[in-house]
Design a protein around this ligand. Structure first.
Ligand code: APR
Length: 231
């Protein structure tokens, strides 16, 4: 089966009721990003950071995948679908996607501040001050903060370089290194982008824009792919 590599951002979870980051009313309008999503913010006010992610984790418990997530699951019947997501929600997994690589971590895991190799599944439970790893270090959300390395980027670039089809859904393409993955798409490979708003794409390639929200856009994408790109 052809390899269909899909890069997703918070826009795909918007129709599930989860906020995006940079739109009006988005998360970064209500929080100072460096206070809640950086190590310096953590060092300055751990309680604030824990509260920020505990609230998002609690909200995730009842969040349901939407049509955008579901269509990517349907496409697994026809393509070898690999999702590379910037999202820290688990809606791709909840929908039934089997190959999901999280670039920026995931809300349902905690990590040791003393030994980053110690990672724990915490479901939708809060992380509280005093919650320690087995070595006695405070636990933090297993999220990649601004200024921190993105350990999965090399694997993501390798997957992208093997793509027969590449799709971008619901990301403003302003955060690196994720936005730079499009540079690894082999020449001649069709690139589709689904977004209801303009997105400045950082490459001089022909992009098939589907100017729609994720749900409606994914349905259109599936039609195009099944008609023109199966074999
Ligand atoms: N369907 C599809 N796309 C949508 C929808 C929707 N229903 N609603 C909004 N969008 C689009 C917006 O037009 C925008 O292009 O989703 C994009 C959201 O962009 P951002 O808010 O910048 O979020 P994202 O690209 O996911 O952010 C990247 O930045 O803050 C960090 O680590 C965080 O992973 C995140 C990264």
């Amino acid at each position: 089966m052809k390899k269909l590599v899909v890069l997703t951002g918070s826009g795909i979870s918007s129709e599930s009721g989860l906020k995006t980051f940079r739109e009006s009313g988005g998360l970064w309008e209500n929080y100072d990003v460096m206070e809640v999503a950086s190590f310096s913010g953590w060092s300055k006010n751990m309680e604030l950071v824990l509260r920020f992610y505990n609230e998002r984790r609690a909200q995730l418990k009842d969040a349901k995948p939407n049509k955008g997530h579901d269509v990517l699951v349907e496409l697994q019947q026809y393509f070898d679908v690999q999702i590379i997501t910037q999202n820290v929600d688990n809606l791709h997994e909840k929908a039934g996607s089997t190959k999901v690589l999280h670039l920026h971590g995931i809300l349902t895991r905690a990590r040791s501040t003393g030994d980053p190799g110690l990672i724990y599944d915490i479901g939708y439970d809060p992380i509280l001050p005093g919650d320690k790893c087995e070595k006695g270090f405070q636990l933090r959300p297993d999220i990649v903060w601004f200024g921190e390395a993105v350990p999965a980027i090399e694997e993501a670039a390798n997957l992208t370089a093997q793509a027969d089809l590449f799709v971008v859904i619901g990301t403003s393409m302003v955060v690196y290194p994720a936005a730079g993955l499009i540079d690894y798409v082999p020449k001649g490979v069709p690139i589709f982008l689904i977004d209801p708003n303009d997105v400045a794409v950082p490459v001089h390639r022909h992009i098939h824009f589907i100017r729609e929200k994720a749900g409606a856009g994914a349905v259109l994408l599936k039609e195009k792919l099944l008609h023109n790109h199966l074999a």
